[in-house]
Design a binder for this molecule. Structure first.
Ligand code: PLP
Length: 458
């Protein structure tokens, strides 16, 4: 298909993240134009079920009038003000109060950013600041996991455990150490039970801490369910087992709820779904249902006290972003949380989850699918060359990307993470829409299977 004028203008002017830049000139970008509910339209008028909530973030779907009004009202009233030097705005207060009310663990204060990366960057700084304040200046290292995703700033990209965030970027920075990914299907060894697997991950972590020196390890950061790594669900016993090790060595647990948070996994927080008891929490994305950029770091009492002491020593707390807690984002965030509560979004998610997971798990019967996994309204099917041996396709064959293309042809936007085809639909999705989503998904899987056979890719 020849490129449209808009695609040509786009290619001449815009850099597309997470895109094969060496190929995009042939296909052109998909230009999105409008959205309503769980649907978006491209600029040629084709409608799609947006089964990824954009980037795992438009929990309330598109065109929610109440959210739009909340934003407009705030822009009219006070379009901008910062929170530096003791200033404040009402929307931030309202949102911080609400976050504390729904938090999975007691929280003292909320520090606002404009993104998830900034939130995780801030987490590292706060952990360092805290340890300096209480006289443990050597406790600086942060442990993350392979396949984790925590953002793209220099520090948060270091936390991320994916090769394309490190290779040729000279990352990770030295203070970040990665331990084993808790995805049993891929990283379990032949003959190993899930229980053995968790025991091995505990040993791996113990060994890493011992190698680095327990008095140098400050924190462990984890998404309850890994999102951008491929929707990787750890065994139920993983976090309780890991946490015993962390507690023994006085290592803080940072919970990255940027994707998992706000009802997505069938609870307010992924930490509740995966038995995690964090000390601090990062959130963003569904915090505003993505109607405006915003991130939040939720800080416990003991850390805030140390921050106050440090501030007394130095003269002030030296960290903050011009747009952190922007009134537009904060007003929309406060309204988003109000909507989650008053429209009982959690109950709705729990209501449609059985249908979603039934259809998702049924994909495992397809000849291409090695594993179909998920919790709540978050899932993925992993395509494999051989179901018995779990042998993956050669990444160069681009099977996942081709499958996503077939899905687009059928009016379904998903995310191909390598060969894992992820789903994270707006949480307002109805039972019927879940049915339609999976009908389209299955049609595209069949087409992918035919293409794989035709190309001889097994
Ligand atoms: N943490 C997690 C778990 C994420 O999935 C993401 C983004 O996808 C981030 C952090 C980074 O957030 P942002 O892209 O808003 O910087």
């Amino acid at each position: 298909m020849p490129l449209t004028n808009m695609q040509v203008r786009d290619l001449e002017n815009v850099v597309h993240p997470y895109t094969p830049l060496h190929k995009i000139r042939q296909t052109g970008p998909m230009m999105l134009d409008s959205g309503k509910g769980i649907f978006v339209r491209d600029d040629q008028g084709k409608e799609y079920i947006e089964a990824m909530s954009g980037l795992w973030c438009t929990g309330l779907g598109w065109g929610d009038e109440e959210l739009i009004e909340a934003g407009i009202e705030q822009l009219r009233k006070l379009a901008y003000y910062h929170n530096f030097a003791g200033k404040g705005t009402e929307p931030q207060v309202a949102l911080a109060e609400k976050l504390k009310e729904v938090a999975p663990v007691p929280i003292s204060k909320v520090f606002f950013t404009s993104s998830g990366s900034e939130a995780n960057d801030t987490q590292i700084k706060l952990v360092w600041y805290y340890n300096n304040a209480i006289g443990r200046p050597k406790k600086k290292k942060i442990i993350s996991r392979m396949k984790a995703y925590h953002g793209v700033t220099i520090a948060s990209a270091s936390l991320t455990g994916l090769p394309y965030n490190h290779i040729d970027w000279d990352l990770p920075l030295d203070f970040v150490k990665h331990t084993t990914c808790p995805h049993f299907y891929r990283f379990g060894e032949p003959g190993e039970t899930e229980e053995d697997f968790v025991a091995r991950l505990v040993r791996d972590l113990e060994e890493l801490i011992a190698r680095e020196g327990p008095d140098t390890v400050a924190a462990f950061i984890a998404e309850p369910i890994m999102g951008a790594g491929g929707v990787l669900v750890p065994p139920e016993t993983y976090f309780p087992a890991i946490q015993q090790v962390l507690d023994r060595h006085d290592i803080l647990l940072i919970d990255d709820e940027v994707i998992n948070g706000f009802c997505r996994t069938g609870n307010w927080w992924g930490a509740q779904t995966m038995n995690m008891k964090p000390h601090t929490i990062s959130s963003a994305k569904q915090l505003t249902s993505a109607y405006a950029p915003l991130g939040a770091v939720m800080i416990p009492d003991f850390m805030y006290e140390a921050m106050e002491q440090a501030s007394a020593k130095i003269g002030l707390f030296g960290h903050g972003f011009t747009y952190g807690g922007h009134p537009l984002g904060a007003a929309i965030g406060a309204k988003t949380l109000e909507i989650y509560q008053k429209r009982n979004i959690l109950d709705h998610v729990r209501g449609v989850t059985p249908t979603f997971l039934k259809r998702l798990h049924a994909l495992a019967d397809h000849p291409l699918v090695g594993e179909a996994r998920g919790r709540g309204l978050l899932g993925a099917a992993e395509l494999v060359a051989d179901k018995t041996t779990r042998r993956p396709f050669d990444p160069k064959a681009g099977v996942g990307a081709q499958c996503a293309k077939f899905m687009e042809k059928h009016g379904l936007i998903v995310r191909a993470i390598g060969e894992s085809i992820a789903l994270c639909p707006p949480m307002i999705i109805t039972e019927d829409e879940v049915g339609e989503l999976f009908d389209r998904y299955e049609r595209a899987l069949d087409e992918t299977e035919a293409w794989v056979n035709k190309e001889g890719l097994r």
